[in-house]
Design a protein around this ligand. Structure first.
Ligand code: FE
Length: 244
């Protein structure tokens, strides 16, 4: 089996949210898709360890916000790499209250769906949850974010609870076995000794490139970054970075 084959599957990126007994939860997922048209139903996949899993199953409802291509990275960092048990992900975020009772995040979203759970299937590590769409809206004509665009732009890997998570060692083994390794720019960073990796989200700081999103010019070594430098993806501070 070749794990890189899984990167050829196309996905979008979505923010899935729910609420039960006043507790809100939300996470970023690439697995959200329409499965029937009449009635309209959607499927999502949620890791059993995610705080959201029990919230969705207990409330019987969830919302899906379709993220835009130029997404606010703080949303990805907070909802994708932090736990609702540690931070309030909804602080400072614009959201609506859906008919299902779920919060619906409208920041960085081009459309949303409000769903009532009709079925859940235990898949071992994850639940596959089917919901009937009871309401939806289109918010903007901007392009939706795709998983491929996100992965290539941020040189990111899926977090461990993602259904599409691939162990980095498996990708590295395939990359080193490949003769044309130069065709794999994603992996050059992995082997660059001067890079620093964010331990929370996997973002790689490359001193040759700097960090234009945070105003850091190319050629800035990690040690010379300002003390208040934050990971552009998950907002983690410098102490969370480790050299490769
Ligand atoms: Fe990070």
């Amino acid at each position: 089996m070749k794990v890189k084959a899984f990167h050829k599957l196309s996905y979008g990126l979505y923010l899935i949210a729910s609420e039960y007994q006043g507790k809100k939860s939300g996470y970023i997922a690439n697995t959200a898709f329409q499965v029937t048209s009449e009635p309209p139903q959607m499927a999502i996949s949620c890791h059993k360890d995610n705080f959201s899993a029990q919230i969705i199953l207990n409330s019987g409802a969830f919302s899906v916000s379709v993220l835009k291509r130029e997404v606010n990275m703080k949303i990805i960092g907070d909802f994708g790499f932090m736990s609702s048990t540690d931070i309030n992900k909804f602080a400072g975020i614009n959201y609506l209250k859906g008919l299902s009772g779920s919060p619906i995040v409208t920041d960085s979203a081009v459309a949303w769906f409000d769903c009532k759970v009709v079925k859940s299937i235990d898949l071992g590590s994850h639940y596959l949850i089917i919901g009937e769409v009871i309401d939806s809206d289109e918010l903007s004509d901007e392009e939706p974010l795709t998983y491929q665009y996100y992965r290539e732009k941020y040189k990111m890997f899926s977090p461990k609870n993602s259904p599409t998570y691939i162990e980095k060692s498996k990708l590295e083994a395939e990359a080193s076995a490949k003769a044309e390794i130069a065709e794999e720019p994603e992996h050059e960073h992995i082997f660059d000794g001067e890079n620093y990796i964010c331990q929370i989200c996997g973002y790689s700081y490359n001193p040759e490139e700097g960090d234009p999103t945070m105003g850091i010019p190319p050629g800035t070594p990690f040690e010379k970054l300002p003390e208040d430098y934050k990971c552009p993806v998950c907002n983690a501070s410098k102490e969370y970075f480790k050299p490769v």
